[in-house]
Design a protein around this ligand. Structure first.
Ligand code: HEC
Length: 140
């Protein structure tokens, strides 16, 4: 009887150890699945959302981050060849002559911008600027 109980307990122990292993396997399979970047960040492209693309909300912040170090009212003379993209009139001039979009796309015929680096601004930012231009480049 005593022996029987011992075996029973041993089996019980084995059962729980196996259960634990099984759980670990399931967990590791699951964690592999969730390591897939697209699964983790399914809305990564939503930054490129063109909803509410206005000059003040989306475009000016992009220009501020990437261009105002040279093309602001304060820096244009010393750094930006006199081009001040902070004012709508001046900005619109470079939209209308297509030089702004050409410069950020590194098209031939205009200086590639931002100057001083071979990198373009993030492709999403280019998409937003193009969208805003195609909508009429309004002072909104
Ligand atoms: C480090 C300074 C600097 C930064 C940053 C910079 N620019 Fe410029 N930009 C210049 C200079 C200097 C010129 C004059 C042309 C030249 O020297 O290549 C210029 C010229 C331009 C021109 C006229 C190009 C032409 O061929 O007539 C445009 C349009 C322009 N920049 C847009 C931008 C935009 C948009 C950004 C941000 C994405 C930007 N720049 C960032 C310095 C800068």
């Amino acid at each position: 009887m005593q022996e029987c109980l011992k075996i029973k307990n041993k089996m019980k122990y084995r059962f729980y150890v196996n259960l634990l292993f099984l759980l670990l396997i399931i967990l590791s399979i699951n964690s592999c699945y969730y390591d897939i970047e697209e699964e983790l960040y399914p809305t990564q492209k939503s930054d490129c959302d063109t909803i509410a693309t206005t000059l003040s909300k989306k475009i000016s912040p992009i220009l501020s981050k990437n261009c105002y170090s040279c093309h602001s009212a304060a820096n244009a003379t010393s750094m930006g060849n006199g081009i001040n993209l902070e004012t709508y009139t001046e900005l619109k001039k470079y939209i209308d002559n297509s030089k702004l979009i050409m410069s950020i796309k590194h098209s031939t015929g205009v200086s590639a911008m931002p100057k001083g680096t071979t990198n373009k601004i993030p492709s999403c930012d280019i998409v937003l600027i193009e969208y805003w231009i195609n909508k009429g480049a309004k002072n909104d």
